[in-house]
Design a protein around this ligand. Structure first.
Ligand code: GCB
Length: 590
């Protein structure tokens, strides 16, 4: 029986971390969720001894005690950030140790994989007292092959999780969102056949409406193995054969119904070998640029976007459930969007899958956000590791049309070199999508703003974050700005907006900062500017909903919230929402 694939997460070969994280297509197989209540130890001073904690050391006798012991300790929910689960952890940046036991019944001919969908920010993983490895980065998955270390019966799993902000991390020490810590996404234990399908990539070739390209990779380097690929609804059945690396190429033509926001068609795709079967829902669409246009399935498309953080404002915590993803995505649809910018990091796999099912194109980015240490020789490998993990996880999601490398990084020889290298590496992993990066450094001349960032050469789509009327004064009156570019490429205004406290009103004509009317007028002025920009291929207001940020401590209006939401922290619509909604309805008709 084929099992529906819920989490199709691909593992990693970690570039910076000590342990080899094995690739594994784990989700399609029988899997055990390790979510639920985990016991925890808050290590306020970061002094816990890993050897003792990892084996849950017990007192040797009646007159002994262990200070760092999980016995009778408190619990936290997994998945979930720690900040919103306990008042005293609201601002906590440090280490928490997590522990749970699980049972295991060995099956002959099976391997066991332990898969983490996201742990924030860095973690060490210990199984039965021994270290499996480490991972850095909150937003991408990692997997361990634990076949050799798992025991029949009871097993002890311990994680050391740390969310301290550091200069050499990605993002670095300063960022404009809440630094949620903890096991924020699910943990799964999966059993797979010894010889199994490790990974696969199936998409339309760039620029083609019918040529299907890709590959299937087995875990063992076995030559001449037969793999079957089926798309039953389209009566497609292809027999593939592996090369000496255990990889089979996919290369055939078929006339399939194309995926688009209007008709987000997905096909069931089955891949099987003699031992193993995986099933996925895959859509087929082409995305390319022609001059200053973005073409979806060969037709120009205007990206009617919105950004959001992976945060539920009403709960003031990180989003973790399917219901959470639904809420954010329904709002995006209600606004009239056909596109979302997943800011500023890969959001959960369930958000990406739901968005695709709902007909939303996506921009997905890694958290290379402002002040990154580009001169640090480790940064390229850290960033590339995240890029690889993101692309590996979501490369079969046709809803993703743009991979983005960075947000608001200042041009410098070193930054230009690192990001150009990443653009190159991203294309090696996936040549079917567009590459972008959000800029905020431009040249000004009167009312003209010029895009001249040298990184543009390496990108398919240009993206500008520009807060006209908020951080930047209109040089020649509201709306009066002309965008120029040194490159014949499409432009997305990837951020614009202003802060408004919901319910704070003032007169429309002389509106003062922080009022809904000021934000509303600023949206109208920005739309005027958009209408004067012929090479504009999309816009993306900042942001769907107010979000929490300790950088935003203005006492009267912010109180720890960035108020640029079109929705308030309670989900109420501000006046600017309706301006944007109207604009998107008009754009949809054009
Ligand atoms: C930006 C950043 C975004 C901030 C936003 C703001 O340019 O990309 O992360 O939250 O501005 O509100 O200032």
């Amino acid at each position: 029986m084929l099992k529906k694939l819920i989490y199709r997460t691909v593992g990693i070969l970690s570039a910076i971390i000590v342990t080899v994280h094995t690739n594994a297509q784990t989700a399609a197989r029988s899997s055990q969720s390790l979510d639920g209540k985990w016991q925890i130890l808050v290590d306020w001073y970061g002094i816990g001894n890993a050897d003792d904690i990892a084996r849950n050391k017990q007192p040797a006798g009646k007159n002994e005690f262990v200070e760092f012991s999980f016995d009778n300790s408190q619990t936290l929910d997994v998945p979930g950030d720690w900040n919103s689960q306990r008042n005293d952890l609201k601002y906590y940046e440090g280490t928490i140790w997590y522990k749970r036991n699980f049972d295991h019944q060995p099956e002959t001919g099976k391997r066991s994989y332990l898969q983490f969908a996201g742990v924030s920010y860095r973690c060490e993983v210990y199984l039965n007292g021994s270290k499996l490895g480490e991972h850095e980065g909150s937003f991408t998955p990692f997997t361990f092959d634990i076949t050799k270390s798992i025991k029949p019966g009871k097993n002890l799993l311990v994680l050391k999780v740390n969310n301290e902000r550091r200069e050499d991390a990605i993002p670095a020490r300063k960022f404009d969102w809440w630094n949620y810590g903890g096991i924020t996404r699910s943990i799964t234990l999966a059993k797979v056949p010894d010889q199994h399908i490790l990974d696969y990539f199936i998409q339309l070739k760039k620029g083609s409406l019918y040529e299907i390209r890709g590959w299937v990779q087995l875990n063992a380097k076995q030559q001449q193995q037969t793999i079957t690929l089926e798309i039953p609804e389209a009566h497609i059945k292809k027999i593939l054969t592996t090369d000496s690396n255990g990889r089979a190429q996919i290369n055939f033509s078929a006339k399939l119904k194309l995926w688009s926001p209007g008709q987000p068609k997905l096909y069931t795709v089955n891949i099987y070998t003699a031992n193993d079967t995986v099933t996925d829902q895959i859509g087929f669409r082409s995305i390319e640029v022609k001059g200053t246009q973005i073409l979806l399935n060969k037709k120009p498309v205007f990206l009617r976007g919105i950004s959001f953080h992976e945060e539920i404002p009403q709960r003031a915590g990180r989003a973790y459930s399917e219901a959470d993803s639904h809420m954010m995505l329904f709002w995006a649809k209600e606004l009239g969007c056909n596109f979302i910018r997943l800011a500023h990091y890969p959001q959960s796999e369930q958000t990406v899958k739901l968005a695709e099912q709902m007909g939303l194109m996506m921009w997905e980015e890694i958290p290379v956000w402002q002040g990154i240490q580009f001169t640090n020789p480790q940064i390229l490998s850290k960033a590339n590791n995240m890029l690889q993990e993101m692309i590996k996880r979501d490369k079969n999601r046709c809803g993703i049309v743009i991979w983005s490398l960075s947000n608001e990084t200042a041009p410098s020889p070193q930054r230009n070199k690192v990001l150009a290298q990443m653009a190159h590496d991203a294309r090696l992993l996936d040549s079917s999508r567009l590459i972008s990066s959000a800029f905020d450094h431009f040249k000004y001349d009167g009312n003209q703003i010029l895009i001249d960032d040298p990184l543009s050469e390496s990108l398919d789509v240009l993206a500008a974050n520009k807060y006209m009327g908020w951080y930047a004064k209109w040089p020649a009156g509201p709306g009066n700005v002309i965008w120029k570019s040194n490159f014949n490429k499409p432009l997305i205004i990837s951020e614009f907006g202003a802060e408004a406290l919901y319910g704070n009103h003032g007169p429309a004509d002389t509106a003062s900062l922080w009022t809904e009317e000021y934000q509303e007028q600023l949206y109208k002025d920005n739309i005027n500017m958009f209408n004067k920009t012929p090479f504009l291929a999309g816009v993306c207001p900042w942001i769907l909903a107010d979000f929490r940020s300790p950088s935003r401590m203005q006492a009267q209006f912010q109180q720890g919230w960035n108020r640029k939401g079109l929705l308030s922290d309670k989900g109420f619509k501000k006046k600017a929402w309706y301006v944007m909604h109207k604009y998107y309805l008009q754009k949809q008709k054009q």
